[in-house]
Structure formats: C-alpha cells, structure tokens
Design a protein around this ligand. Structure first.
Ligand code: NAD
Length: 260
C-alpha cells in the first residue's frame, strides 16, 4: 500500500530522521532526504539510498530558519517527485540554559526549526495531499511537548506548540484522508543529546557511558535509550492503513517517563 508513495523527512541526514529514512525505504517508499550537509554529500547519500533500495531519492539542504528556502524546497520536491504523500517534520535542535539567561538567538532558532518550519512545510505540502485525498503528517515532538524540564524553555515551548499545531491540522484534515499525529519520544540515542551527556560527564567527572545512563534514568523509568530505528518503525505504522483512524494524537514512546 505504501509502495511508491513519496515521503519527505526533514532532518534526515542524522539520528531519528536518517533511521526513519532507512525503515521507509525498505518498504519501497520514495524519499526526499533533507538536512544540513553540502549538496555533494547529500547527493551521495541520496545515491546510496537509491542503489540500496531501488527507489527514487532527492536531497535538499534548505535551512529551515528561512521561510523562502522552505517554500522553494517543498515546491521543487513536489514538482520533481510528483507529490508529497507523507510529511515527517523531524528536524530539531536543542539548547539548555535557564530561561533567565537563555540567548535570544537560540530561542529564535529553536522556535523557527522545531515549530515554525513544521507549520510552513505543512502549508506547502497540503495541496499535494489534498489532490490525492490521502496523506500522512507526522510531527516528531518529544516528551517535552507534554511535560517541562528545567533549562529547556525554548525546546518545551516549541514542542508543546507542535502538539497544538498537530491537533488543529488533524481537525482541519479529518475529512480529507489525511492523518496528522505527533510522536513524543523520551531519550533516543542520537547526536542531539551529546552536549547534555558531555556536561554531566564533565560536571561529575564520570565516563561518557555512565553519564549517558545517569541522564536516561534521571527522568525515564525504563533505563535505556531508544534506538532511532524504533521511532522509524512507529512512524511506518502511522503511515499504514491500519492507523488511518489515529489522528490528532500526541503519542508517547517514552519508557514510562510521562506515566509518573
Ligand atoms: P540529530 O541532531 O541527530 O538530527 C537533527 C537533524 O536536523 C539533522 O539532519 C540536521 O541537519 C537537521 N537540522 C538541524 N538544524 C537545521 C536547520 N537549521 N535547517 C535544516 N535542518 C536542520 O537529532 P535527532 O535526535 O535525530 O532529532 C530529531 C528530532 O527528534 C528532533 O525534532 C528532536 O527534537 C526530536 N527528539 C529527539 C530526542 C532524542 O533524545 N534524541 C527525543 C525526543 C525528540
């Protein structure tokens, strides 16, 4: 059923996005890969996917802080691939600091990349989904879209906002065959959290792996990090026909973090 659909995954040069790209490609889903790397590196990555899975793959390195670049990126991708059927708003950044001392440029970048870019990408992709009366929009939020943590004002504001956006779009698309959901992961083993692990390792003078364990268990009862592929498999399920009635949901995959 998903064979030959087109999925656009923002931030798919690393971590959760890259792992999700592999999971979807293995089902024959064509891909628009995206992230911050040079066009030549990106094209190499796209060629690798194309050869490994026998699918059509496009790469773009639009900076998600720039609305015009997002518009150009999505329009070009829709033209070249014929449609965008699955949109995965995954790109994100993190910065930790007390709200009182939070740098303005970091606040602006987190809101732009983690929240506003998802809104713009949805706006530019919806016409293509509506033409086919079928679509899947999956916003990679976080447990921090459901609860707060100290030193994460911008990240929590953006992720809570992303869940609000998800609910509104689900209502607006309910009769169009388009589902809209947010996934709320706990700790996932990707480069995004390396700074937080390094800070613990330095402050407590412990090895990186021990610091990682401490970071996970401070909030998450299940004492292990998730593999990014697990998020990819969850996203694949949300794309399936079995999941067609799941829409407007903020779905935790968080080792019981938000059960407390
Ligand atoms: P990552 O750092 O491995 O990947 C981030 C991706 O975003 C990269 O492809 C990067 O190029 C892209 N990106 C960053 N800034 C960009 C910009 N200005 N323009 C375009 N692309 C940009 O991170 P990850 O952990 O895989 O995170 C993916 C998503 O998952 C994020 O939204 C993050 O908030 C969310 N998340 C991560 C965790 C975790 O523990 N790692 C937990 C919950 C939610």
């Amino acid at each position: 059923m998903l064979n030959e659909k087109v999925a656009l995954i923002t931030g798919s040069t690393s971590g959760i996005g890259l792992a999700t790209a592999h999971v979807l490609a293995a089902q024959g889903i064509n891909l628009v890969l995206h992230g911050l790397m040079s066009l030549s590196e990106g094209r190499q990555l796209a060629d690798k996917f194309s050869q490994q899975y026998g699918i059509d793959v496009l790469f773009d390195n639009a900076d998600l802080r720039d609305v015009d670049s997002i518009e150009r990126f999505i329009q070009l991708a829709t033209e070249k691939m014929g449609s965008i059927d699955i949109l995965i708003n995954n790109a994100g950044i993190q910065h930790t600091e007390s709200a009182e001392n939070f740098p303005l440029d970091k606040w602006n970048a987190i809101i732009a990349i983690n929240l506003s870019a998802a809104f713009h990408a949805i706006q530019y992709s919806l016409p293509s989904m509506k033409r086919k009366s079928w679509g899947r929009i999956i916003n990679v939020a976080s447990v921090h879209g459901l609860v707060g943590s100290v030193n994460k004002s911008a990240y929590c504001a953006a992720k809570h906002g992303l869940i609000g956006l998800t609910k509104v779009l689900a209502l607006e698309c309910a009769e169009q065959g388009i589902t809209v959901n947010a996934i709320c992961p706990g700790w996932v083993d990707t480069p995004l959290i390396n700074d937080q692990i390094s800070t613990i390792a330095e402050q407590q003078n412990v090895p990186f792996e021990q610091a990682k364990y401490q970071l996970v268990t401070a909030k998450q009862p299940l004492p292990e990090m998730m593999a990014p592929e697990q998020i990819g498999e969850f996203i694949l399920f949300l794309c399936s026909d079995s999941a067609r009635s799941i829409t407007g949901s903020a779905l935790p995959m968080d080792g019981a973090w938000t059960a407390q």
